[in-house]
Design a protein around this ligand. Sequence first.
Ligand SMILES: C[S@@+](CC[C@H](N)C(=O)[O-])C[C@H]1O[C@@H](n2cnc3c(N)ncnc32)[C@H](O)[C@@H]1O
Length: 234
Amino acid sequence: MPGRLYGLGVGPGDPELLTLKALRLLRAAPVVAYPAPEQGESFARSIVSSWLEPWQREIPIRIPMRTGLPPGSVYDAAAAALGAELGRGHDAALLCQGDPFFYGSFIELWTRLAPRYGVEVIPGVCSLAACAAAAATPLVARDETLAVIPATLGEAELAHRLAEADAAAIVKLGRHFRKVVEVLDSLGLLGSARYVERATLPNQRTAPLASVDATSVPYFSMALIRPIMLRNKS
Ligand SMILES: C[S@@+](CC[C@H](N)C(=O)[O-])C[C@H]1O[C@@H](n2cnc3c(N)ncnc32)[C@H](O)[C@@H]1O
């Protein structure tokens, strides 16, 4: 019998936000895989590191993160390595920061492995929920709609999506931060935008977005805006 692949959402950063189900499956998995930078520690692994045991075989999936999307060959190789373990009958836990199906690199492996193996996805606490809680601001209320917008989009597209939105979360800020500030300013939304970085970690930071130094913005940061509140006031 082939093994089963578990896509484990490990939450936004605070290990206490791991679900009981993810913890149970993690502790039982003979193989534990996780995305990692080309050099250095994996964020997903760091969240669960205190529960890992020496008998568990670890497979880091090293993903180049310079510019643009990582090449498909990285995921092809990772899928082959995981497929080999599953083919030998070993269950594998694939760690995913936040939730696996919310912009997770897990999706690349799920696409490649789900047609051939049993795969189960265990939802995790998503960064949207974590950032809203950190900023002490509701994401959406009543019949409002929420737009989740990657900062990687071009200026015109960002402006278009924001102009249509009741409420918005802009993810993947990092080096796109200056562009986002300019677009928000042009729409009169800069003053009301909130900024959250590294939500739920000990070095979490929240601030009015307008006050943030663009040179200090990490990848793990998000902007939260509710344009509908401004429209309702005017
Ligand atoms: C590739 S997506 C992965 C999202 C993740 N799967 C989730 O469910 O939250 C990475 C983006 O999510 C956001 N993010 C993830 N964790 C975060 C955190 N702890 N604090 C702030 N933003 C976070 C950032 O916008 C970051 O650029």
